[in-house]
Design a protein around this ligand. Structure first.
Ligand code: UD1
Ligand code: MG
Length: 465
C-alpha cells in the first residue's frame, strides 16, 4: 500500500496539567499514541510521527513498543521544533515524506485513541477523505462546510467562524487521507493569516479539495474523540471499556461487575473466563478457557493456561501460569515466574524468576526467587530462598518430589537433590544430595516440671521489686 501515515503529536497538551506528554497518557493501560499506532493497517509504507514537547520520553516509549513487536510498520520521528500549527506540523514532514515517496498520506492525531482499525484501514485506502462527526454541541472543533453534492467546500476553525458557521454541527475529526503531490503543493502555499496565527492543516485540505473532490464521511463521535483533559481521559477510558467488555461478553466471557473491571486492548480472553469484581488486566495478556480470576486481582503481560483459578487479591506480572494451577488468595507472581500445569501457589507467596514444574506446591507464606523447583515438590510455610547476598543474586535449584519443611531458609547458591527431605526450621547453606534428610536446627531441650519452677522464680522476682 503506497500510503504513509502521519501522526501529529507535537502539541503541549496544556489542559492535561502533566509532566507526561499528552500522547503517553494511558487508556486502559496503553498510552493514547500506542492505540493510534496499533490501529494502523499492516502493509503501510510507514508512519511518520511528528513530535516536539516531551520528545525524549515519546521516542523512548516508541522504541520500547518496537522492541516488543507492537508496531505494525516502521515509524520515523520528525521533530517539529516550536509547534506553529497543524499545517506547520505537516510542512516539517516534507523531506521525510519525499524520501518515503507515498502516493497518499493518511493524517491522524496521537491524542485520538479510539479510532478503530477498520476506520483507519478504510482511511488509508481512500484517495481523498476527511472524517467528520455530527455533534449536538460542536464547541471548539473546526466546522465542515460541504458542497450540495457532499464534497468538502470549507473548513473553518471555531475561532475564525461567523455566527452562522458556528451553528454548523458537522465538525472536522482531524483525520484525513490525501494524495501526497496535491497536499505537498498546498502545504507550500500555507499562510498563518488567521486569529490564532497558526499554519492550519485545514487550509491545505481545503486547497486540495479545490483540485480534486475530497469526500466527507461521518463517523461515530466516540471514534474521533480527542483526549485534551483528565475528564476526556476518563470518558475515553469508560467508552473503551464498554466496547471491550461487550466484545468479550459476545465471545463467552462473564464479567460479574463490569463497572469495576478493566480489561486492556491487548488482552485475549478465551471462553468461560469469569472475571470477579475489581479485576484489572492490562498489557499483553492471554487468559485460557475457563479461568476464574478472583476479586481485586491485577494481571499484566502474562499468560494463563486453561482452567487456572486465581483467587482474590493477587498481583501477576510478566508470568506464565500453567493449566489447572491455583494461585492465591493474596499471591504475588513477579517477572519471570513460570508455573507448569497444576502448580499451587497459596496465600502470601511471592515468586520471581521462579520455574515450578508440574504439581509443585507452595501453599503459604514463602519467597521463591531465582529458583527452579521440580515436579511434585512441596514447599512448606515460611520457606525463603535467600537469593541476594547484598551484591549478587544466586540460584536455588530444587529437584522433584522434595519436601522442604516449614520455615526453611535456602541460602543460595544451593542445590537440593530429588526426593530429599529438609526438616522444618533449617538453614540450608550446603547442597543436599538426592534422597538425603537435611536438618540444621539447635537441638531441643526438655526439662520436666521446668515451667512451674520458672514461673515461681519469676513471681518472686516481681514481689521483691
Ligand atoms: C484541529 C483542527 C480542527 C479539528 C480538530 C479535531 C486545525 C487547524 N484544526 O484543531 O479543525 O476540529 O483538530 O481534533 O488543524 N499538533 C502538532 N503540531 C502543532 C499543532 C498541533 O503536532 O503545531 C498536533 C497536536 O498535538 C494534536 C493534533 O495536532 O495531536 C491536533 O492539534 P490540536 O491543537 O488539538 O487541534 P486544533 O488545532 O484545536
Ligand atoms: Mg490548537
Amino acid at each position: 500500500m503506497s500510503t504513509v501515515a502521519v501522526i501529529l503529536a507535537a502539541g503541549l497538551g496544556t489542559r492535561m496539567k502533566s509532566r507526561l506528554p499528552k500522547v503517553l497518557h494511558p487508556i486502559l493501560g496503553d498510552p493514547s499514541l500506542l492505540w493510534v499506532l496499533r490501529a494502523l493497517p499492516a502493509g503501510l509504507g510507514g508512519a511518520v510521527l511528528v513530535l516536539h514537547h516531551g520528545i525524549e520520553q515519546v521516542v523512548a516509549a516508541v522504541e520500547s513498543w518496537r522492541q516488543a513487536g507492537l508496531l505494525p510498520c516502521p515509524v520515523s520521528i520528525v521533530d517539529q521544533g516550536e509547534p506553529l500549527g497543524t499545517g506547520h506540523a505537516l510542512q516539517v514532514c516534507i523531506p521525510e515524506l519525499d524520501s518515503l515517496g507515498p502516493a497518499r498520506v493518511a493524517i491522524l492525531c496521537g491524542d485520538v485513541p479510539l479510532t478503530s482499525a477498520a476506520t483507519v484501514g478504510h482511511l488509508c485506502q481512500s484517495e481523498a477523505l476527511l472524517l467528520a462527526m455530527d455533534l449536538p454541541s460542536p464547541g471548539a472543533y473546526g466546522r465542515v462546510l460541504q458542497h450540495p453534492d457532499g464534497r468538502l467546500a470549507e473548513l473553518v476553525e471555531a475561532k475564525d467562524a461567523t455566527a452562522e458557521q458556528l451553528a454548523v454541527r458537522r465538525v472536522n475529526g482531524g483525520a484525513y487521507a490525501l494524495p501526497w503531490p496535491a497536499l505537498r503543493r498546498a502545504l507550500l502555499g500555507l499562510t498563518n493569516d488567521n486569529t490564532q496565527r497558526e499554519y492550519y492543516l485545514t487550509d491545505a485540505v481545503v486547497a486540495v479539495g479545490r483540485e480534486i473532490p475530497v469526500t466527507v464521511e461521518v463517523c461515530d463521535p466516540e471514534e474521533l474523540a480527542g483526549m485534551n483533559s483528565r475528564q476526556d481521559q476518563a470518558t475515553l477510558q469508560a467508552a473503551a471499556q464498554r466496547r471491550i467488555q461487550l466484545h468479550w461478553m459476545t465471545e463467552g466471557v462473564s464479567f460479574l461487575h463490569p463497572g469495576s473491571t478493566l480489561v486492556g486492548p491487548r488482552v485475549i480472553l478465551e471462553r468461560d473466563v469469569l472475571l470477579e469484581p475489581g479485576v484489572r488486566i492490562e498489557g499483553s495478556v492471554h487468559i485460557g478457557d475457563g479461568c476464574r480470576i478472583g476479586q481485586g486481582t491485577l494481571i499484566t503481560d502474562s499468560t494463563l493456561g486453561e482452567g487456572v483459578e486465581v483467587r482474590p487479591y493477587c498481583v501477576i506480572e510478566r508470568a506464565q501460569v500453567g493449566a489447572g494451577s491455583k494461585v492465591g488468595p493474596f499471591a504475588r507472581l513477579r517477572e519471570g515466574t513460570d508455573l507448569a500445569e497444576g502448580v499451587h501457589i497459596g496465600n502470601f507467596v511471592e515468586t520471581k524468576k521462579a520455574k515450578l514444574h508440574r504439581g509443585a506446591k507452595a501453599n503459604h507464606l514463602a519467597y521463591l526467587g531465582d529458583t527452579e523447583i521440580g515436579a511434585g515438590t512441596n514447599i512448606g510455610a515460611g520457606v525463603i530462598t535467600c537469593n541476594y547476598d547484598g551484591v549478587n543474586k544466586h540460584r536455588t535449584t530444587i529437584g522433584q518430589n522434595v519436601f522442604v519443611g516449614s520455615d526453611t531458609q535456602l541460602v543460595a547458591p544451593v542445590v537440593i537433590g530429588d526426593g530429599a527431605l529438609i526438616g522444618a526450621g533449617s538453614t540450608i547453606t550446603a547442597d543436599v544430595p538426592a534422597d538425603a534428610v537435611a536438618l540444621s536446627r539447635t537441638p531441643q531441650t526438655v526439662r520436666e516440671g521446668g515451667a512451674s519452677r520458672l514461673r515461681s522464680r519469676q513471681k518472686n522476682r516481681t514481689a521483691l521489686s
